[in-house]
Design a protein around this ligand. Structure first.
Ligand SMILES: Cc1cc2nc3c(=O)[nH]c(=O)nc-3n(C[C@H](O)[C@H](O)[C@H](O)COP(=O)(O)O)c2cc1C
Length: 184
């Protein structure tokens, strides 16, 4: 079994729900970056030991939250020795608007993974983009580079679209599947 770790920040619980769905699909361990931008005790060791790291952040002002960025900057320590080189990486995000510049956030997560010498895993799912597409379909947002979810600004975390959570679960499952292929 590959060791898959989901590391994420969530200010108001939406990205946390998404992270839980990703982790469910990947049978992954979850590390929550706290409100001060810190990992729980032992978090860095867990990441150093992972085969695949799936990173998640809400989209705030067109990028990751400052708490996620603090984690990213602190990852310069393993970067120095390229300790995460050749691990698999993947990313997910959630924002209020249908677009909301989520792609910028995924691009940032991709760049971080590349700085670490990682291998990026895509969403790997066709979009639901026909005339008959419904908001609750899986990958209704049509993302390829990672998993996306949209939570209207006045909707609580409990009201997230089931299709977005299914997308997140499928995404986690794909990363775990690719990770197990890399173990062969
Ligand atoms: C500081 C801040 C900046 C935000 N910037 C964006 C944005 O650029 N695009 C967008 O669509 N939503 C934006 N939002 C909305 C959040 O992405 C949205 O509320 C999301 O569900 C929050 O996720 P969370 O509950 O995990 O923190 C912003 C929210 C905050 C608090």
């Amino acid at each position: 079994m590959p060791k898959v770790v989901v590391v994420y920040h969530s200010g108001y619980g939406h990205t946390q729900r998404m992270a839980q769905s990703v982790a469910e699909g990947a049978a992954a361990q979850v590390l929550a970056i706290d409100a001060d931008g810190n990992l729980p005790e032992g978090g860095w060791d867990t990441l150093n030991d992972a085969d695949a790291i799936i990173m998640g952040s809400p989209t705030y002002m067109g990028s990751v939250s400052w708490q996620f960025k603090k984690f990213a900057d602190a990852s310069s320590k393993p970067w120095y020795s390229q300790a995460w080189k050749d691990k698999l990486f993947a990313g997910f995000t959630n924002s209020a608007a249908t677009n909301g510049d989520k792609m910028s956030t995924l691009n940032y997560l991709f760049t971080l993974a590349m700085q670490h010498g990682g291998i990026w895993v895509s969403q790997g799912m066709l979009p639901s983009n026909s005339k008959g597409a419904q908001r609750n379909d899986a990958n209704y947002l049509g993302s390829y580079s990672g998993a996306m979810a949209q939570s209207p600004s006045d909707a609580g975390a409990g009201e997230m679209f089931p299709g977005d959570l299914e997308t997140a679960r499928n995404f986690g499952s794909r990363v775990a599947d690719v990770a197990s292929r890399f173990q062969r």
